[in-house]
Design a protein around this ligand. Structure first.
Ligand code: FAD
Ligand code: THG
Length: 826
């Protein structure tokens, strides 16, 4: 019962206050918020704010984000703050948002952003320079190519928002204790039991760390890694401006839209007759959270820990650029400023969830004002219902691999997140540093073959191999625009063709795999997943992990290698976390990805390539589709799985890493007479879309049921209980669905889209694209998209929008290639 569970929230910034509000709204009664700083009233002004990042944040809320989840969180924040009033004013001031472009690249990107806004349901419109200047009279229309205007964005009145949520929580019985510094986390038997403070101890069943940039300090008290780095960010105010052309009303705090000039890492808002200017253009200024000054009673606001002294020399270029965009500032000056500190993570996204090492210890960290209410709602739902109502896998604390949690990695990547905060980032863009970090045993060969490497989870992954360039000669392909041509090569087409016509080697080492073993292993996996796994050793099964509400948490392949031994192919660190959380004593779950490797040998000649290398039976009769066996390929012992995400005859061959190079060389040499190629992720992604194979996290998430996602075939309701079964049963068997993941093909064989584009029926955006790639075998672009079921009827005409261009498309029956799977079963 939430009523009796004692929750302690550490930190009364926007996140802590919002969470207290969301929890008490759901019936939680024993909620205590501890704050080391003072707890101000709204009329006390910022000077008495507790002193974290929230205290001085100017509160700009731009909702549109590449992440659908973050966009939804921002939209919720806007809705919620708009409904809260303090002193007769709502806590959200809907002045609108304007992002301007001064470069062609940004102007194109704003078109892409307008598409994202349409996909996620945010109102917005691209506007010309004259309209930009009408919205922002200080602005030099000659400087901009255009803008993206979002009328529903605006300013959070941050202190009011904090106060109103706090007051409401207090009204429902929450306790807020100011000047209480948490000094330790009490725990017993892997669970938190309370907190120690400088004013005594408090028992707790659940502790939520909402300590902002102090997260790592609290984490250290709990023995939990909190992968964030605080960095300073400059914020300045101008001197009072002469009311420019009568628009700037000195009485009102702001009237014009919040403004972003991302080409120069700048943003602007009004403060009455002054402008506030925020800059990310300066050198990174990391802050060690362990070295921050302790709070002292009566500290002056200037010494608030998250506020560092202004360094004007760092702001110089930003001022010049501000004057260039807003020439009216020429006669003004920077009147005041500060270097404000807040949290950055390796991928720029928040850190949410319960620690696995210390149960009951939760994080709600690295959260912007923009997403604060949405995050708080999700965490409150998660605590109340066992699952957040919004898919949060991108924000899950457990998304990082071990190697991504080192202090060195966190510092380097978080600094890069600061640098890139306003950059135009291509969906395939790999991190720049640290690289190379993780390499497969085939790396040396891949480099010899001219691999073009992208990166995922720290792994170097070839997208294609320049050595295959001769095969691409004469391949007819539509021309690509510069954006779509980034991280792409016509060689991908040649590698895809070689896979369909001959045979190719794919490095699958980065595919995460777990060993699940022990007397309870079968029962455990049966309870965790949807498909029937009680099959003889040697069987391989495609199956789903669901959450309790029937949402798809992941899709897996489970190979039964022995009575009590399973190899699980999964989608990432979060799967490992989910299984470890649920594993009983008699089951061991181990990540065997590091230390092993995998080659996919796929194509009609795969058997011809492998058979001469082994005495084991790789015939169709002796080694059936979706089965596994131990075998030897030359000198190398392998676990072979007969399945193929690219939809061709072949095997995944797993070996210990020390023998990986030998395995690759053996296959490579034997493959020469069959015209073997090494093939990269570019071909891989195209081939899997032709086969209609979903990529979890992109095409579907916990937001979707198996039926909506077209994966009902992997659910066996009759096999016994499993997590999510009762929720599916409540839907009534294979229900008719309201929305569905549909396969589209673009009508113009030369058209390209890349993913996340909006889908229109008539003039209305009804859905969005998940994955898209040119289908090299079928000769046009394939786009999977979430659509209302009524729009997803094969043959229906829709259109997508790509950089502002209308792209006609048609719903197709799927899969587009080899629908009966004959090529894999011979
Ligand atoms: P905080 O506000 O830092 O709250 C954490 C609280 O925990 C603090 O009050 C701290 O005192 C308390 N605490 C820490 N340790 C302990 C302890 N041991 N015991 C008890 N209490 C403890 N975001 C936007 O969305 N839009 C913007 O325009 C924007 N502009 C910004 C401009 C600047 C200059 C800065 C600095 C940040 C800006 N941000 C903006 C980011 C935003 O301010 C933060 O991400 C957000 O305020 C973080 O809120 P929080 O509640 O997590 O952390
Ligand atoms: N290989 C292995 N494990 C994996 C993947 C993989 N785990 C994660 C992810 N990829 C899972 N995704 C899929 C998607 C489709 C198929 C396999 C893994 C697949 N499906 C066939 C189909 O839909 O026709 C067969 C399904 C069935 O027979 O039940 O092959 O790439 N090891």
């Amino acid at each position: 019962m939430p009523q009796e569970v004692r929750v302690v929230i550490i930190g009364a910034g926007i996140v802590g206050c919002s969470l207290a509000d969301e929890l008490t709204a759901r019936g939680w009664r024993e909620v205590t918020v501890l704050e080391q700083g003072p707890l101000p009233r709204p009329d006390d002004g910022a000077s008495l704010a507790p002193g974290g990042s929230t205290s001085h944040a100017p509160g700009l809320v731009f909702q549109t984000n590449v992440s659908k989840t973050l966009t939804e969180f921002a939209a919720y924040t806007v809705r919620k703050l708009s409904s809260l009033t303090v002193g007769g004013l709502p806590a959200f001031h809907r002045v609108g948002g304007l992002e301007v472009a001064t470069t062609e690249e940004r102007w194109a990107d704003l078109h892409r952003k307008a598409g994202l806004a349409a996909s996620w349901g945010v109102r917005g419109e691209l506007v010309d320079p004259a309209r930009c200047a009408a919205l922002w009279p200080l602005l030099d229309a000659g400087e901009v190519l255009g803008g993206f205007h979002t009328p529903d964005d605006g300013l959070a009145r941050v202190q009011a928002a904090v106060f109103a949520q706090r007051a409401r929580a207090v009204g429902r019985g929450a306790r807020f204790l100011g000047r209480h510094a948490v000094t330790g986390i009490a725990r017993r038997g892997g669970r938190v039991t309370g907190v120690h403070t400088d004013r005594g101890d408090l028992p707790a069943d659940i502790v939520v760390c909402a300590a902002g940039l102090w997260g790592p300090v609290i984490g250290a008290m709990a023995g939990v890694g909190v992968p964030l780095l605080p960095l300073a960010h400059q914020y300045a105010k101008t001197a009072p401006l002469p009311a420019p052309r009568g628009v700037n009303d000195p009485g009102a705090e702001a009237g014009r839209p919040i403004l972003r000039h991302q080409d120069r890492d700048l943003y602007f808002r009004e403060h009455g007759d002054r402008l506030g200017i925020g800059s990310y253009a300066h050198r990174p200024m990391p802050v060690d959270p362990f070295a921050l000054p302790r709070y002292r009673e009566g500290d002056a606001p200037a010494t608030a820990p998250a506020v560092l002294p202004f360094t004007p020399e760092d702001f110089g270029p930003s001022w010049e650029e501000s004057v260039r965009l807003l020439p009216g500032l020429r006669d003004s000056e920077v009147a005041e400023g500060f270097n404000g500190v807040f949290s950055f993570t390796p991928d720029g996204l928040p850190l949410l969830g319960e620690s696995r090492e210390l149960r009951g210890f939760w994080l709600a960290e690295a959260v912007w004002i923009t997403h604060s209410a949405g995050v708080a709602k999700a965490v409150a739902e998660w605590l109340t219902d066992g699952r957040p109502g919004t898919d949060v896998h991108e924000l899950d604390l457990h998304r990082f691999e071990d190697v991504q949690r080192s202090p060195a990695y966190v510092a380097e990547r978080a600094t890069q997140s600061f640098i890139e905060v306003y950059d135009v980032v291509h969906p395939l863009q790999p991190m720049e540093r640290p690289r190379p970090l993780r390499v497969s045993p085939f790396h040396a060969r891949q480099r010899e073959l001219g691999g073009y490497f992208l990166e995922a989870a720290g792994w170097e992954r070839p997208q294609w191999y320049e050595a295959n360039a001769p095969l691409a000669e004469g391949v007819e392909l539509p021309a690509r625009d510069a954006w779509a041509a980034r991280h792409w090569s016509p060689i991908c087409a040649a590698e895809a063709r070689a896979t369909r016509e001959r045979v190719a080697l794919y490095d699958m080492t980065s595919l995460k795999r777990l060993a699940v073993t022990g007397p309870g292993a079968l029962d455990f996996l049966q309870r965790m997943t949807t498909n029937q796994l009680a099959k003889p050793p040697g069987s391989v099964t495609y199956t789903l992990l669901l959450d309790a509400a029937g949402g798809v948490r992941s899709d897996l392949t489970v190979a039964r290698l022995g009575e009590d031994r399973f190899q699980v192919g999964c989608n990432g660190e979060a799967d490992l976390d989910w299984l470890l959380r649920h594993a009983p004593e008699d089951v061991s779950v181990r990540d065997i990805t590091p230390g092993t490797c995998c080659v996919g040998v796929w194509g009609p000649l795969a058997r011809d390539l492998i058979a001469p290398l082994t005495r084991d039976d790789f015939s169709h009769g002796g080694f059936g589709y979706f089965t596994a066996k131990r075998a030897h390929i030359g000198h190398v012992p392998v676990t072979a799985l007969r399945l193929s995400y690219v939809g061709e005859l072949g095997w995944e061959l797993y070996a210990d890493a020390d023998l990986g190079l030998r395995l690759w060389d053996t296959l490579w040499e034997a493959g020469q007479r069959h015209g073997v190629v090494a093939a990269g992720r570019g071909a891989f992604n195209s081939l899997r879309l032709e086969k209609g194979y979903r990529a979890w996290g992109r095409d579907l998430t916990a937001e979707h049921t198996p039926y909506e996602a077209g994966l009902g075939f992997a659910v066996r309701m009759g096999k016994g209980d499993f997590i999510g079964r009762s929720a599916l049963a409540a839907l009534g068997g294979q229900p008719a669905v309201r929305r569905t993941l549909a396969c589209l093909t673009l009508d113009d064989p030369a058209a390209i889209v890349l993913g996340k584009e909006p889908v229109y029926v008539g003039g209305t955006a009804v859905g969005y694209v998940t994955s898209a790639e040119y289908g090299y075998t079928i000769g046009r672009t394939i786009a999977y998209a979430w659509l209302p079921a009524r729009a997803a009827v094969p043959g229906s005409a829709v259109h997508l929008e790509y950089f502002g261009e209308k792209v006609p498309a048609t719903v197709a029956a799927e899969p587009l290639f080899d629908p009966r799977g004959a090529r894999m079963r011979r």
